[in-house]
Design a protein around this ligand. Structure first.
Ligand SMILES: C[S@@+](CC[C@H](N)C(=O)[O-])C[C@H]1O[C@@H](n2cnc3c(N)ncnc32)[C@H](O)[C@@H]1O
Length: 252
């Protein structure tokens, strides 16, 4: 799955959830000055922004394989060390950071255990490695309602419920296999307000992530059916969506 989409499209689709999650995740990971941090799979920078606010731009680095996200973040944050790269081969020396974090990324890695091991390698001994993924196997991820509607209309649809880290406990198992120690799991919940059905739905048509890729495969009729089924399933507007991510922190 590639994320070669405009940063603004990503922000409308997932940034609305990942920005509030970033604050919770950084708090829970214990990110506080002084220290140096790396945001792995930074996207357009939801978590990066929080790290920069806490640690200063000179103490933060960010890496992502998406050229469009890397370019957008470089433009938004002059002076920030933003690199193109993947978690499985991080372009940094050993023991460089106090905190290495990956928000909503592990399930997109081609080899999540190798990616987590690399995150441990670039963390100084005793530093913190943390990651989180939505509860994609449950009914309280930002995407649960969309995939429920898609499954009802097409039982063959390949949703995201089986991705690595979607189920409680899976992320911690991967941390263990990556050789990290003092592993602590948690669940982080944030609430996001939606003012209208259109505001909720429109970002699904922007081609972002697996849901956007799925919508792009549908013809006009199938897309309308999906949209109308979603309309039936979303709560009465305005509504607050409470969404949960599995999180794990550990020591390098
Ligand atoms: C759902 S987005 C999360 C972005 C950002 N962390 C956030 O919370 O908004 C997933 C990101 O992981 C990146 N990604 C995909 N495969 C990756 C890999 N192997 N290593 C690092 N990042 C990867 C994508 O390019 C994308 O930016």
């Amino acid at each position: 799955m590639t994320f070669e989409v405009a940063a603004s499209a990503y922000d409308r689709f997932m940034g609305r959830y990942s920005r509030p999650l970033a604050r919770r995740f950084a708090d829970w990971s214990g990110v506080a000055a002084p220290g140096r941090a790396l945001d792995v799979g930074c996207g357009p920078g939801a978590l990066t922004e929080v790290l920069v606010d806490r640690l200063g731009v000179e103490n933060v680095a960010a890496v992502d394989p998406s050229q469009s996200f890397v370019a957008a973040l470089r433009q938004d944050r002059p002076g920030l060390d933003v690199r193109a790269g993947v978690a499985e081969q991080l372009p940094y020396a050993d023991d460089l950071f106090d905190h290495v974090l990956a928000q909503l990324v592990v399930h997109f890695m081609s080899d999540p255990v190798a990616g987590l091991r690399e995150m441990g390698r670039v963390t100084r001994p005793g530093g913190t490695v943390s990651a989180c993924t939505w509860n994609l196997a449950g009914d309280d991820s930002p995407l649960s309602l969309f995939w429920q509607a898609a499954r009802e209309l097409d039982p063959q649809v390949e949703d995201e419920s089986g991705v690595p880290g979607a189920r409680e406990g899976e992320l911690a198992q991967m941390f263990d296999r990556a050789g990290l120690s003092r592993i602590e799991p948690s669940a982080l919940t944030v609430s996001v307000r939606h003012e209208s059905f259109e505001q909720w739905w429109a970002p699904y048509t922007l081609g972002v992530g697996p849901p956007g890729a799925y919508v792009n495969t549908l013809d006009d009729d199938a897309r309308s059916r999906l949209r109308e089924r979603c309309r039936e399933l979303v709560p009465e507007v305005p509504f607050d969506l409470k969404v949960t991510a599995w999180a794990v922190r550990a020591r390098a």
